[in-house]
Design a protein around this ligand. Sequence first.
Ligand code: UDX
Length: 437
Amino acid sequence: MRISVFGCGYLGAVHAACMASLGHEVVGVDVVEEQVASLAAGRPPFHEPGLEQLLGEALATGRLEFTTDASRAADAVVHFICVGTPQKKNENAADMSYVRAATETIVGLLKPGDVVVGKSTVPVGTAEVIAERIEEREPAAELLWNPEFLREGHAVEDTLRPDRLVYGIRQGDGGARAARVLDGVYAAALAAGVPKVETDLATAQLVKVAANSFLATKISFINAMAELCEATGADVTQLADAIGYDARIGRKFLNAGVGFGGGCLPKDIRAFMARAGELGVDQALTFLREVDSINLRRRVRMVDLAREVCGGSIAGRRIAVLGAAFKPHSDDIRDSPALSVAAQMQLQGAQVTVTDPRAIDNARKKWPDLSYADTVEDAVRDTEVVLLLTEWPEYVGLDPVALKEQVAVGRIIDGRNCLDPATWRAAGWTYRALGRP
Ligand code: UDX
């Protein structure tokens, strides 16, 4: 099938490469020239495990191209909208300018029978507006809403083998026909038994933000329990293990620590609250305000803990921060708890050195005032406190005995509850963590 993908960021670049790897002919369109040039040369502009290889293989078949020239998409029969919907400056709502621009470009290309597939995370009601716009320009084309649930760091496998496929379909023959076209695009996943939910446009749009809100709530729930644990001397990791054995609760996404960040969960819950307000049902999502507050409080608590272990002040103290990415296996630093804590400590007068296996370049651009080191050894040398804020496997596997030799004072704060306290204490470290005695 000839497919176009509008927007070649995390979502679109992975989607385009994966669709080409399945045998489709794909043209990826983006307005950012460097991004297109980098992808066309087989170099992903961000770190995503497996993507570089997939991209190289797909480009070599000749079935995948990247361009800034939208007219290259004119002979595609399925057009995916994969552009970003970042948070607006100083507002909770999503910035819809990229979705509007991509829609205008796509409607200018439509032919009878074409299918437009929305994948971007949007405020509910957006798809209906896009459908009207399509109807005005090409009544014999159709819109489907097909949200994406990919996690950074697992984007390739999440795209090729998703947990589920959701189709938002308009009533009528056009909608049903379009859904069968999308079945053709996802034939491999459907044949492998991936469950599919066929629903209306509104539900499909809500599924995505509801899923992310639930995940954010789960993380903030366990972080709220961590606050209780701190007040009572209890251990949040054991609490999570114990409640997680209940199959109705489940252990996943119950890791307490410095909280969630990234380009999705924080902005999605905020945009969802903003949309609920517009719809007159803001009370339904008031709890998300608390989810957001709990999450941000963990960053403050982390700085407080650093101050506590330093005896009341971090001014002038040498502190190492392990991790800059918002989570491991990613170079994404958007709303990264690690960098937010590092910057806060720096503002309070500490001498902070940050290291990360992948995200240093991005971090340096965003926070040029922080000091960076390429290796853990360089970052921790002569420091008085080490904060582990992104649980990269290489940090989880650090040898506390060897590391102790390099620091001035052995104090570790485990911001992700990913180290074994007994091993670190046995090696002579003062071990502290969020929600643990
Ligand atoms: C998320 C959703 O998981 C994905 O389905 C959606 O499509 C996009 O948003 P992503 O942002 O890639 O994906 O990261 P995710 O793995 O969900 O982690 C989000 C944040 O939560 C990270 O900062 C992570 O460190 C944090 N987290 C996750 C916790 O603090 N505790 C946990 O138990 C799990």
